[in-house]
Design a protein around this ligand. Structure first.
Ligand code: BTN
Length: 338
């Protein structure tokens, strides 16, 4: 089938000829190649070879380095296959304008720039790696190159700003649906934006928005999912609390198909919200509510509030039962299990 999608491949950080030669040398040799041999072939210092190897590792090449033996190429990055994605999403609102980056600062930052410049609804910004991936509440989002899904979509819903926060929940429910459709791994959502598998964080949503009080101009929904990340590739500080789909399911996952499945689920939930209101997407969120009936602590500007999570209301607020039967609604806040 002919597809009318446009894919712009942005080689934001084009690989230098020298780095490509380093890779060619390692690829041609099944065993170790000494740093000296590489430096001789390229006519550069061994220190420069080491720097090239370091930056290749950042791009997703797994290169083993052992002193006195040299370097061996263990694994090349497995890139997203854009034709798979465009074919699967051919009839979707999120299937006509893609920008694909090898490396970028943050897909959210790029999507916001594009949105301000007038990019149409449905534009999808994808990256294999981010140098400054952003998480909610000013946190960082890290993911080894070629192992996760890192993308942002531009939405232009004809709705008031007061509804904007609900798109975080719509995107979260859609991400769960898309992942489950392909992997059969059950995913839960920790209000408002964390995706959980086996009690550990597997992904998150970062939504940013601009507009006037009575009208949203644009929404950028950024989605990060740990897909084929290995335990040893997770930052040490996160190894107790984070997980990847591969770690949970035991088998590697086709990231291109997964991205397409999440985009298709996003389209379904987004159009449901536009046509029939937020009821259905919120219901899907509730079915996967990780916090339900747990004792939690909500960090607010005024301090921490402790209680039992009792659900999500029709405006997407978190309901918390406080002592003495009083139920409090939270529209924002950082939640931890108590
Ligand atoms: C969170 O859990 O705090 C949200 C994480 C969102 C990460 C994604 S990765 C793609 C997009 N670009 C970013 O810089 N952040 C989001």
């Amino acid at each position: 089938m002919e597809s009318s999608s446009s894919v712009v491949y942005v080689e934001s950080n084009r690989m230098s000829k020298r780095k490509r030669t380093v890779i060619d040398i390692l690829r041609d040799s099944p065993g170790f190649v000494s740093g000296e041999a590489i430096s001789g072939t390229l006519g550069i210092s061994r220190n420069a070879v080491h720097k090239h190897v370091k930056s290749l590792r950042k791009r997703g090449y797994r290169i083993l380095g052992i002193s006195r033996r040299g370097y061996r190429l263990e694994e090349e990055p497995c890139k997203l296959v854009m034709p798979v994605i465009t074919e699967m999403t051919a009839n979707s609102v999120f299937g006509h304008a893609f920008r694909y980056y090898d490396e970028i600062e943050s897909t959210n930052v790029e999507a916001k720039t594009l949105a301000v410049g007038g990019a149409p609804e449905g534009t999808v910004v994808i990256a294999e790696s981010q140098s400054a991936g952003r998480g909610r509440l000013g946190r960082r989002w890290t993911s080894p190159a070629g192992k996760g899904l890192l993308f942002s979509v531009i939405l232009r819903p004809d709705m008031p700003m007061g509804d904007a926060h609900l798109f975080t929940l719509v995107a979260a429910a859609a991400a769960c649906e898309g992942i489950e459709a392909q992997t059969k791994i059950p995913v839960q959502v920790k209000w408002p934006n964390d995706l959980f598998v086996n009690n550990k964080k597997v992904g998150g949503i970062l939504m940013e928005v601009a507009g006037e009080q009575d009208e949203i101009d644009w929404v950028v929904a950024g989605i990060g999912i740990n897909v084929n990340t290995e335990f040893t590739e997770l930052p040490v500080a996160l190894r107790r609390t984070a997980i990847s789909l591969k770690m949970a399911g035991g088998t590697p996952i086709d990231r291109s198909e997964l991205l397409a499945n999440v985009l298709l689920a996003l389209e379904k939930n987004y159009s449901e919200a536009l046509r029939g209101g937020f009821g259905r997407p919120l219901q899907k969120f509730r079915e996967r509510d990780y916090l339900l009936h747990r004792s939690i602590s909500v960090q607010t500007r005024e301090g921490a509030v402790v209680g039992e999570a009792t659900g999500i209301d029709d405006r997407g607020a978190l309901l918390v039962q406080l002592p003495h039967r009083h139920v409090r609604r939270f529209h924002s806040g950082d939640v931890t299990l108590h």
